[in-house]
Write a protein that binds this ligand. Structure first.
Ligand code: CP
Ligand code: NVA
Length: 309
């Protein structure tokens, strides 16, 4: 039975720990498991632009000995040129896994439903699990633990990165403080699930409209863009609605002395974060970006059986 990587809901804490252990080995030695994907091909079906996700998957597949095929919006045109089901069934005859970046989360679910090979969510409107899993791996790398760490997310709560962090943090005992403007709270269903997972790990989820309250005494301050891909038409309104939610030198004074600043990137200096913070000594944004490579290699190694086995 094939397994997909669609959302962190479906992954247990124990499985995430296995992925972290493998990712740590792959980080120490980039040639480790260098023939795992020998003779195998992974397709990237991307409806949106990407730097980190595309490059880290392409390089990751190559380091595991496999071959990568990039299929941008002009090639596949998911659901327009042909149905998502036909795309999934056709690609399953050529490929050993599909990484998909789509506008709607339903498209990822449909690809997974009809594909006979593993489907990995490389970002949808609802979730960005590769990013969140990597972020938690990065937090563990910095603090040597996850349980009890306090992460303040400031900005757009109704957002793919925030949703995946909510689930992942709850499963690993990271407390999450989320500061958003009134109409930008996280999705209710995601919150409901995260609260159930948080109960099991004694994690705390605290929602507020005050960035100052959210960052008080925290270990990690996290932000994402105010206008996500696909929301460009709302840009003017969003930039106005998010005034007061910028992470700047004044705001971070409320965090612990050794706090770290995280951002999934791409970032907009002067909007959600100032250059002083993102380019300052507390920022680990490029460690996060690097870790995408190691964690995604671990995910692929976990989901795709080794050549010859
Ligand atoms: N963080 C992230 O997924 O970056 P890209 O959009 O560049 O892939
Ligand atoms: N929320 C952002 C994340 C980019 C990695 C977006 O969807 O555009």
């Amino acid at each position: 039975m094939k397994r997909d990587f669609i959302s962190l809901d479906d992954w247990t804490r124990a499985e995430m720990v296995v992925l972290f252990e493998l990712a740590a080995k792959l980080k120490r030695d980039r040639s480790y498991w260098g023939d795992h994907l020998r003779g195998k091909s992974v397709g990237l079906v991307f409806q949106k632009p990407s730097n980190r996700t595309r490059v880290s998957f392409e390089v990751g597949v190559s380091q595991l000995g496999g071959n990568c095929v990039y299929l941008g919006p002009d090639e596949i045109n998911l659901g327009v040129r042909e149905s998502t089901a036909d795309v999934a069934k056709t690609l399953s005859r050529y490929l050993d896994a599909i990484v998909a970046r789509t506008f709607t989360h339903q498209d990822i679910m449909d690809l997974a439903r009809y594909a006979s090979v593993p489907v990995i969510n490389g970002l949808s409107d609802m979730h960005h699990p590769c990013q969140a899993l990597t972020d938690i791996f990065s937090i563990e790398g910095k603090f040597g633990k996850t349980k009890g760490i306090v992460l303040a997310y400031v900005g757009d709560g109704n957002n793919n990165v925030c949703h995946s962090l909510l689930i992942g943090c709850a499963k690993l005992g990271i407390h999450m403080h989320i500061a958003t403007p009134k109409k930008y709270a996280p999705d209710k269903e995601v919150l409901k699930k995260a609260r159930v997972f948080a109960q099991e790990t004694a994690g705390r989820i605290f929602l507020t409209h005050s960035p100052k309250e959210a960052v008080a005494g925290t270990d990690v301050i996290y932000s994402d863009v105010w206008v996500s891909m696909g929301q460009e038409k709302e840009a003017r309104k969003r930039l106005k609605d998010f005034q007061g939610f910028q992470i700047n030198g004044n705001l971070v004074k409320g965090a612990k002395k050794d706090f770290i600043f995280m951002h999934c990137l791409p970032a907009h200096r002067g909007q959600e974060v100032t250059a002083e913070v993102i380019d300052g000594s507390h920022s680990i944004v490029f460690d996060q970006a690097e870790n995408r490579l190691h964690v995604q290699k671990a995910i692929m190694a976990f989901l795709i059986p080794k050549s010859g086995s």
